[in-house]
Design a protein around this ligand. Structure first.
Ligand code: FNR
Length: 365
């Protein structure tokens, strides 16, 4: 299988690019407008240097941790990304099986191409459900209750998407869904038609459906319909981190939506420490965006994240090799993290301290 030829997660992208129709590859890979943030989401990690400690007994290194109280073998989760059937016929079912067999958590996208119930049955692992709120609030209420019933353990409320960012590749390609792929959770709730007559069908669809009035006060509404813990995804500032704490959510995800929303926002790794300092340990902080190496995860943990989420590499592994590809992505990242910890003198994730990294501002200070 193609996974045998791959030695790092970046190599799956090249395989996926060969295999996918251009419209799909561009949809997965692309970011907003000039893609400045897209470029820097990954390169910002290389401005951070490591400060390893030597002559530490690293004969036993344990990379396990817990996320919202769930014990996981690695501080790595699957980020919510839409429409996995564009990558592979088994779509989110394969992704869920891979995450479950690695023992880690998958956050299922609201816009998945198998229903949340189908995905719940596919793998026995812990799953979170990512929520978008449409103008018709009944849809969110229905899906949250369905997720709760199907055994999902948290709601990930995406806060950065009142409208879709301007993704120019999708406009150029007139992005639309092939006939065999639908947003399965919406069956019977809404008829999903992507009108590509003026550009990106997805952008037009989002413009017609997303509730742009969604605001911090709606956390109360969400809490009135579910007792599941709520994570707010898309936090990039101390100000919003404090509002999240005040709103009583269970955690925040520092994220710029894989650079697909507002261009020129901070690369997420650059926004992390500000958020960590603001919440003062009251709630856990997670991070996604540009994580491609075990050392990236090590850096995020050193700057205060409890775990990271992986977006595009999962889609590329899924494209190249289905369930096995996704499993291999998670395996390679955890192997790299374990090695980075061993070579830095850290035997557990708790041993990873701020002093293990040097950021650029310190370098030039
Ligand atoms: C996303 N992301 C996303 N986020 C979300 O909350 N709901 C969603 O449905 C989607 N869909 C989606 C599709 C695709 C193709 C991508 C690439 C991303 C954002 C995702 O959860 C995450 O924030 C980023 O993907 C993380 O960055 P990396 O790992 O892709 O660099």
């Amino acid at each position: 299988s193609s996974s045998e030829l791959v030695v790092n997660v970046g190599e799956y992208e090249a395989l996926a690019k060969q295999r996918l129709p251009k419209m799909v590859y561009d949809f997965y890979a692309g970011g907003a407008e000039d893609q400045w943030t897209l470029q820097h989401n990954t390169t910002a990690f290389s401005t951070i240097r490591l400060r390893p400690r030597v002559l530490v007994d690293v004969s036993k290194v344990d990379i396990s941790t817990s996320i919202l109280g769930f014990k996981v073998p690695m501080p790595i989760m699957v980020a919510p990304t839409s429409l996995h059937r564009l990558a592979h016929p088994e779509g989110e079912l394969a992704t869920a099986r891979a995450a479950a067999s690695m023992g880690t958590i998958m956050a299922l996208s609201f816009s998945s191409s198998f229903s949340l119930e189908e995905v719940a049955e596919a793998g026995c692992g812990v799953k979170f459900f990512q929520l978008y709120v449409y103008k018709d609030r009944k849809i969110a209420e229905t899906l949250v209750l369905r997720a709760e019933k199907a055994g999902y353990k948290a709601i990930v409320l995406t806060g950065d998407t009142p409208r879709l960012g301007r993704r120019e590749a999708d406009i150029r390609n007139r992005f639309t869904l092939p006939p065999n792929v639908t947003m399965k959770n919406l069956d019977g709730l809404l008829s999903v038609q992507l009108d590509k007559s003026k550009g990106s069908g997805l952008e037009a669809y989002a413009a017609g459906t997303m509730d742009k009035s969604l605001s911090w006060k709606d956390i109360r509404w969400l809490k009135s319909i579910t007792n599941l813990p709520i994570l707010v995804k898309g936090i990039l500032t101390a100000e919003d981190a404090l509002l999240a704490v005040q709103a009583g959510v269970a955690g925040v995800i520092v994220s710029n939506h894989g650079a697909r929303q507002l261009d020129f926002v901070l690369p997420s790794i650059m926004a992390l420490e500000e958020v960590v300092n603001a919440v003062q340990g009251k709630i856990p902080v997670f991070l996604d965006g540009g994580v491609r190496r075990g050392t990236d995860i090590f850096k995020a943990l050193a700057l205060g994240a409890e775990a990271v989420l992986i977006g595009r590499p999962v889609l590329y592994g899924l494209t190249a090799d289905g369930e096995r590809g996704v499993k291999n992505v998670l395996q390679m990242l955890s192997d790299e993290l374990e090695l980075a910890m061993s070579l830095s003198g850290c035997c557990s994730v708790k041993d990873i301290k701020r002093s293990h990294v040097q950021t650029t501002s310190q370098m030039f200070a």
